[in-house]
Design a binder for this molecule. Sequence first.
Ligand SMILES: Nc1ncnc2c1ncn2[C@@H]1O[C@H](COP(=O)(O)OP(=O)(O)OP(=O)(O)O)[C@@H](O)[C@H]1O
Ligand SMILES: Nc1nc2c(c(=O)[nH]1)N[C@H]1C(S)=C(S)[C@@H](COP(=O)(O)O)O[C@H]1N2
Length: 211
Amino acid sequence: MPSPTTNSISSGGEVLVVGLVSVSDRASAGIYEDKGIPALADWLAGAITTPYRLETRLIADERALIEQTLTELVDRQRCHLVLTTGGTGPARRDVTPEATLAVGTREMPGFGEQMRQISLQFVPTAILSRQLAVIREIDGHAALIMNLPGQPKAIKETLEGLKDADGKQLVAGIFAAVPYCVDLIGGPYIDTNPAVCKAFRPKSAQRPPAA
Ligand SMILES: Nc1ncnc2c1ncn2[C@@H]1O[C@H](COP(=O)(O)OP(=O)(O)OP(=O)(O)O)[C@@H](O)[C@H]1O
Ligand SMILES: Nc1nc2c(c(=O)[nH]1)N[C@H]1C(S)=C(S)[C@@H](COP(=O)(O)O)O[C@H]1N2
């Protein structure tokens, strides 16, 4: 990992920018239709109530290309949050975690741990997933980058967690912790739809809902 740079980040009035990266040899070659980006975009559209802009990329499982894409999304497009899908398993071409670690300045191990906890409620093979999250810090800007599994249905499962038939949360999804993480790294304040994902912030960090 490169060493962290000190940043003087300003968050005033910035629009949230979210990068979505689908990493799939076959979807990027047109062998099947990519369902990763639509699944990510649909879930975010229901979950985030603050205005945001999406930057989407569909790429093959090539480590250099993944690193280049993540770097471009954070450094040039100024994404505050980047979600990848695919390439986290144990197969030789699954290299998304390696590429993500290489561009990160700090690891956020809780996200990977929680994703595996959630996914184990759905499939025993969740243990095969090497998902992780990092923060990439550059001068004046930082972003949270998180790896999600490649199965399109696993995107909602990991972001939202597990609820019972009445909507009661049984296992917390990872997105509940994302808005406060983005606050802490200097990004815009993210409001969510609590029916989909109730963002958790300590009382001292909460703002009244926008009028
Ligand atoms: N972007 C995607 N769009 C649609 N389906 C996908 C996508 N990525 C994965 N899947 C589905 O999930 C299954 C397991 O995902 P995995 O990431 O292991 O794919 P893979 O076997 O590495 O192949 P590829 O990289 O070509 O998607 C795939 O076989 C496919 O059915
Ligand atoms: N929630 C959830 N997580 C899941 C799965 C799933 O179906 N649901 N599939 C698992 C499987 S089979 C694998 S191999 C790993 C890695 O998947 P990837 O290589 O597509 O990222 O994610 C795991 N995580």
